[in-house]
Design a protein around this ligand. Sequence first.
Ligand code: ADP
Length: 393
Amino acid sequence: MSQQPIPDIEKIRQLNEANQALKKQQERLELIIQGTNDGIWDWNIETGQFYFSERWLNMLGYQNNDIEQSFHGWLELVHPDDLGRFLLTWTEYMEGITSHFDIEYRLKHQDGYFLWVEGKGVSSINEDGFPYRMAGANSDIHSRKMAEEKLIQTTQTAEDAVNSQKRFLSTMSHELRTPLNAIIGFSEIIKDELEEQEDTVITKDVNRIYRAGTHLLGLVNQVLDIASSDNQNLKILPSAFEIQRLLSDIQEKFTPQVTQNNIHYAFADNLGNAQLDYKRVLMAVINLLDNANKFTHQGDITLNVSKDEHCLYFKVIDTGIGIPTIQLKTIFDPFIQGDSNYNRKYEGSGLGLTISKHYAHLMGGDVSVESTLDQGSTFTLKVPIEWAPPPQQ
Ligand code: ADP
């Protein structure tokens, strides 16, 4: 009688356990793959056999037999513009230059468009150090890529619009300056000649032309400064000067055509010297004084100048219309005016404060404001006594 081999109970138990563990691992793997919603690929490099998971194919609108399941079939779907980059990334990984295959690229969808995916993969290496199997996943990143592209386009459009606006302003300002200089220059000559002839009537009219021309030139220069403020054309030209000379100049230049206000000057003693952009400090202060006069109908305007160890302070105090709290944040923005109605009461471009603040910043200072509606405003220009150039980038 032939004897039946006795089953090795222990071996069977171990085999069962191993099977159970494998099943569990497989389940876990499938769950993870489903959870990531990625398309899986697997390449047996030795046999050349390729596997694309159902999700890999469905992501691109294909069914199992729609495309050739091979590396060649894959390459056929890659966007022509991404093909070079794709192959380079692949080669770099295969040659051990990079530790992972990882690339964002486009694959052709069944519907004809190209879908953005992120492809990742790693390989297994045999004892001789050669890769014998490679596997990885494709994630659908199309929506993110589209949103990024839209953002780039929107930013580019906005930048183009700002640049063309600046170019326009800068060209226009240059074009306007030439004839304006002629108007100012010739009206000055005529004015001098008429004054010699003691013709007071026409002198008055020519004076008007001269003043209007100078006012317009001031505006044009401000627009030009604003237009060039972002493209580094606006350079500070520091020079050493006596602060007292600057104050005399301010008093001489601040001669409003119309004023019913009392103007006071309160300068600290021994102000000494400064090393700053003389013209720009002058313009910043004059802008503040012009505003104080414009927005004060009958009252007092005081220019108070003092200094401490590091800074010079120009305080322009008026008893005018004041500024509503809500407007205090925006009045330094370009072209913003308290009253922006077409029929507004006050002339202006909405650039004076922007310019003054910009100049102050370029010199390492600032302009601040305190104001109470119907009572008046105080604008303070603070500049360091010595301007130090910003560090080179
Ligand atoms: P503009 O004077 O040409 O309107 P600015 O940039 O100089 O432009 O000023 C912006 C706005 O700030 C003004 O339109 C006005 O509403 C307000 N403002 C400036 N200075 C004063 C002031 N001293 N008193 C009241 N409001 C002022």
